[in-house]
Design a protein around this ligand. Structure first.
Ligand SMILES: C[S@@+](CC[C@H](N)C(=O)[O-])C[C@H]1O[C@@H](n2cnc3c(N)ncnc32)[C@H](O)[C@@H]1O
Length: 426
């Protein structure tokens, strides 16, 4: 093995650790990325390990299907992880074939537990290489239980279209502080302005080094995530509440639109990110670390945004781990919290004020069902239908008066979101 390939082993080893953490528990991937062992890696090794993990997670269904055809019996978990990472290297990263195989075989040889499988790993990877890159079948890209849910909610064809987006690597979307600056920012980052005003760019690398970052003219925010706050149609001088605010993408939108904004989040740690983001963009908001259900504050607001904690299944383009770490039991638990947060948010809306509820989930229990039940129990609120084109909403996403944005509704993909807008009658 050459020196360069040898130098790549810590990255491959880290990718195995990241992958196993991602599959073990929600937020496991983020914890593994920020763990001390990961921080000690050379930054290039860490970046490669991250890219390798993401490529593996994005194609996990395809990978496991191909491995299924090569393995007669289930190998130990670590061996399967090595094979998964190895296959991602072979087909979806810019790694020469011989290095893709030899690095994984060398890693297999390193530990006593996996050493007996060295011959198998070598043979499987070489066999896969001979077969060539496998085609993605949308039906195997998503975990079966989630695909079944999407089929039940949206029909077989739409569910297939949702799942097909899983394998696509997303572009980066930016929200621009001053709406009339979008064209100029698009030129700077060689991007395009999307309907609604987000700027999409294929640029890669550290965003902190991109033009106009230091000046605070934009922040990273998926085009789908940028839609719900626009639906509040903030007027300068209004008072707005963002009840689940961190890391603050939507707080920035409310403040940039001219609202005196209060940003609440249960996590004091995550609120630090909100303050850092506000400082960089040059905006102000009051930040409060509190549980949004119990928050002891009697103010009423012109506009309230509730971006509730959810299963986050709509964010699989940037976080493919959510698909594999989520479990069916999460959904009713999260729905119960969302319901309580929604009532708390509603109580804080002034008469004639607006309330937008949103989740980055594709699951109807967290979206449509939540709002149907809310409108039943709260006669003081009316739904204000969201029109096609409003805030950049694609026509396909607004058929029922709320926003049901699916990842395939925007060319190149978008994060899936549900949002509903209500007005308080009295
Ligand atoms: C979907 S994220 C919000 C993203 C944010 N709105 C943005 O656009 O950057 C949900 C947030 O809700 C917070 N959270 C969860 N339960 C909460 C509660 N009971 N009260 C307040 N915040 C809560 C979490 O800490 C998390 O930051």
């Amino acid at each position: 093995m050459t020196e360069i390939e040898q130098a790549g082993l810590p990255a491959r080893e880290a990718a195995v650790t990241y992958l196993e953490a991602a599959l073990a528990r929600r937020a496991g991937l983020d914890e593994a990325f920020s763990a001390p062992a990961s921080q000690r890696l050379d930054p290039r090794e860490r970046a490669f390990a991250r890219a390798l993990t993401m490529a593996t997670l994005r194609r996990l269904g395809t990978i496991d299907r191909a491995l299924g055809g090569k393995l007669n019996r289930e190998p130990p978990e670590r061996v399967r992880s090595l094979l998964r990472i190895g296959m991602a290297q072979l087909f979806w990263l810019d790694v020469p074939d011989h290095a893709a195989v030899s690095t994984i075989v060398a890693l297999t040889d390193r530990s006593k537990a996996t050493r007996p499988f060295k011959g198998l790993v070598n043979a499987v990877l070489r066999g896969l290489l001979r077969d060539g890159p496998p085609a993605d079948d949308p039906e195997t890209l998503a975990p079966p239980w989630l695909l079944a849910r999407w089929q039940a909610a949206y029909g077989a064809e739409t569910a297939r279209a949702v799942a097909a987006v899983i394998a696509q690597e997303p572009a980066t979307d930016l929200s621009v502080k001053a709406a009339d600056d979008a064209d100029a920012v698009a030129v700077l980052v060689e991007g395009q302005v999307l309907p609604g005003g987000s700027v999409r760019t294929a640029r890669r690398g550290d965003v902190a080094e991109w033009p106009a970052f230091e000046e605070g003219r934009w922040w990273v925010q998926d085009a789908g995530a940028a839609l719900p706050a626009r639906l509040l149609d903030i007027k300068p001088g209004e008072i707005a509440l963002d009840l689940c605010a961190a890391p603050g993408g939507k707080t920035l939108q409310l403040a940039a639109a001219g609202a005196a904004t209060v940003a609440v989040d249960r996590s004091a740690e995550r609120l630090k990110r909100v303050r850092e983001n506000l400082a960089r963009i040059g905006l102000e908001a009051e930040t409060v670390a509190a549980d949004g259900i119990l928050w002891d504050d009697t103010r009423k607001f012109d506009a309230v945004l509730l971006d509730a904690p959810c299963s986050a299944t709509g964010t699989f383009r940037r976080h493919p781990d959510v698909l594999w770490a989520a479990s069916p039991a999460d959904i009713p638990k999260l729905a119960a919290v969302q319901r309580r947060l929604l009532d708390s948010a509603a109580d804080r809306v002034k008469p004639k004020g607006r309330l937008v509820y949103c989740v980055c989930s594709l699951e109807p229990e967290e979206g449509e069902a939540q709002i149907r039940a809310f409108l039943q129990r709260r006669p003081d609120f009316d739904l204000v239908p969201i029109e096609a084109g409003e805030g950049g909403a694609p026509e396909a996403s607004t058929a029922d008066g709320w926003l049901r944005l699916l990842p395939q509704h925007v060319d190149g993909g978008v994060d899936g979101f549900f949002a509903a807008r209500m007005v308080r009658r009295f």
